[in-house]
Design a protein around this ligand. Structure first.
Ligand SMILES: [Zn+2]
Length: 301
């Protein structure tokens, strides 16, 4: 039994994982605890309850969090989390629970989850890309999660796709994330003079629905997103040569709206030696469980 913990900007989800299945869950708000210490107290209590309630002692804890460094076990000044300083979360939680804890970047955790339990099962070389508020990615190369010398390798979302392009949240310009994240897709729809009423709603689901009903600007928006993403993915393929790319997140789940133009553009963008050698698929994991499973997979490394 492993406890998988997914720390998000607003809520933190815990799950008891048994052989790739989430068998019990708990959650707590990430914000409002006052300090990282107080948050860790609440987290340790929830983790303890999760194990006790189910009469199953947990042997390990895996934690996925934004800006988490697997090499150091530290969450490094995450802009979307309440603490604006480094937090040694793995150690702090271990001290409170007595259970060994591994901390990793949420995008890497997602890649591991997909690799162990989802659409990437059996692959030695895999690229997993999460399309959401941001664009996260994790690379499995030669059967190992790629961490790099500082623990933060594999930031495909912050590779430049357009020189002097859109402003990105990282402070640079033209990153892939600025074009194919939820924010990026909304910005494209606005640039194409899309329906302002739809932009009053949150997210991209309403734009996807409009595209399915034939809204020209919405259809164009997804075609543009497919073009940018295809170039980003083809560039990544040229570097690590994955056999499969798994796309995760609500944007990838809108049926063929993105996937159909993406496959076509991806074929065109790919270096010829890779033609027919890289699968492009959507995630096979249940959306609610994926982050917890991924976090749990961190503890099995
Ligand atoms: Zn960026």
């Amino acid at each position: 039994m492993i406890i998988g913990i997914d720390i998000g900007g607003t809520s933190t989800k815990l799950g008891l994982v048994d052989q790739g299945k989430v068998v019990a869950r708990k959650s707590l708000p990430t914000t409002g605890h006052g300090s990282a210490d107080a948050f860790t107290d609440a987290l340790a209590e929830a983790a303890g309850q999760l194990a006790t309630d189910n009469g199953q002692p947990a042997t390990a804890i895996g934690i996925g969090a934004p800006n988490a460094n697997q090499l150091t076990g530290i969450i490094e000044m995450a802009p979307n989390l309440p603490w604006k300083h480094d937090v040694q979360l793995a150690r702090m939680l271990e001290l409170r629970t007595g259970i060994p804890a591994v901390l990793g970047n949420d995008a890497n955790a997602a890649a591991l989850g997909e690799w162990r339990y989802g659409a990437g099962k059996g692959c030695k070389d895999l690229l997993m890309v999460t399309l959401g508020t941001g664009v996260g990615s994790g690379f499995i190369a030669n059967g190992q999660l790629l961490l790099g010398s500082h623990g933060n390798a594999g930031e495909l979302g912050h590779t430049t796709i357009v020189i002097d392009g859109r402003q990105c949240t990282c402070g640079r310009k033209g990153c892939l994330e600025a074009y194919v994240s939820i924010r990026g897709i909304r910005e494209t729809y606005a640039d194409l003079d899309g329906d302002p009423d739809l932009l009053r709603e949150e997210g991209v689901l309403c734009i996807a629905k409009a595209a399915q009903q034939g809204d020209t600007a919405a259809l164009q928006t997804f075609r543009h997103a497919a073009r940018w993403l295809a170039v980003g993915l083809a560039n990544a393929v040229a570097i690590t040569g994955p056999e499969r790319i798994v796309l995760f997140g609500g944007i990838a789940r809108n049926g063929e709206l993105l996937m159909a133009p993406l496959r076509e553009r991806f074929r065109e963008s790919l270096l010829n030696i890779y033609h027919g050698r890289v699968d492009l698929v959507a995630s096979a994991l249940p959306e609610d469980d994926a982050a917890i499973l991924g976090a749990a997979a961190l503890a099995t490394l």
